[in-house]
Design a binder for this molecule. Structure first.
Ligand code: AMP
Length: 282
């Protein structure tokens, strides 16, 4: 497995690979790998000749007071795990190379970044779309893999790629969970044992909402109220948001007809966790 640090070398490596007619799959990550990350790498391994994983804790997607400095990092462990699932290249750039002095160009997707996580993390998605654009330019993949745990991110990236005519196929991958159902996240390592139970209230709330819809409830307000109640009953968990939106445009639904995305974020102590469920009404 190659480790490439400079964007120029990454571009040159990809050019050679593409020149020989091989396809490239990119898995963008911030590292501290778990099975969620590995599932994306394994899918890319099956579908592409060359698998590139970018590992970059992107400063522009963290707001003031968020956990950029504290974000867990273990480069050697990550390299071992990636190599084991057959990754060809780890692209691990230096922040100075991604955002050199004088950097002043950002990519902004407007409407679908306003709600859900975008409301509580202003500027977050601009950081995400900017870094993903840069990674797509540098790695030039045929396919790029994103987890649906970050459902809004997945929809935002698809929108950006379509709007800017970026020649890449965006692949969404299912949420990988711990045995108890908690969505895997690098941030789960922040949770103390007593916070872990409270963290599960998010999935409990989303599943209860899903069950209400399956049982015929079509009023999002009542569902949101019930979901909020479940998290409120699980201190120290606190609701950041719990919403029922359309899975394509992420706009709040007034009434549930065919499909709905139940999405939520909670704080447990300082740790912010997200999760979601898609529901189809049969
Ligand atoms: P991150 O390193 O947290 O930025 O995540 C890198 C990629 O892995 C993103 O596309 C995430 O959506 C995806 N990912 C993170 N956690 C999970 C999970 N539990 N299941 C599936 N994909 C995930």
């Amino acid at each position: 497995m190659k480790i490439i640090k400079s964007p120029d070398s990454m571009y040159a490596d990809s050019s050679l690979v593409r020149g020989s007619g091989q396809t490239i799959g990119l898995v963008p990550t911030m590292g501290f790998f778990h099975e969620g990350h590995l599932s994306l790498m394994k899918k890319a391994r099956k579908e592409c000749d060359r698998v590139v994983v970018s590992l970059f804790v992107n400063p522009t997607q963290f707001g003031p007071g968020e956990d950029f400095e504290a974000y867990p990092r273990d480069f050697n462990r990550d390299c071992g795990m990636a190599e084991e699932v057959g990754v060809d290249v780890i692209f691990h750039p230096d922040p100075k190379n991604m955002y050199p002095q004088g950097f002043q160009t950002y990519v902004q997707v407007n409407q679908i970044t306003k709600g859900l996580c975008g409301r509580s993390r202003p500027g977050h998605f601009m950081g995400v779309t900017t870094i993903v654009s840069k990674l797509l330019n540098v790695v030039t993949p045929d396919r790029a893999y994103f987890g649906k745990k970050d459902y809004q991110q997945f929809v935002v990236i698809k929108r950006m790629v379509s709007d800017l005519d970026i020649p890449v196929k965006i692949i969404g991958c299912p949420i990988v969970r711990e045995k108890d159902g908690l969505a895997m996240s690098s941030r789960n390592t922040y949770l103390k044992p007593d916070q872990r139970e409270a963290a599960l209230s998010l999935l409990r709330a989303l599943k209860a909402g899903k069950m209400m819809i399956k049982n015929g409830m079509n009023d999002p307000e009542k569902i949101v109220r019930a979901m909020n109640g479940i998290v409120v009953d699980s201190p120290p968990a606190r609701v950041d948001y719990l919403e029922v939106v359309h899975p394509d445009d992420l706009l709040p639904l007034k009434r549930i007809e065919k499909r709905a995305l139940l999405a939520g974020a909670i704080f447990v102590g300082k740790t912010r966790l997200i999760d979601n469920q898609i529901v189809s009404v049969s």
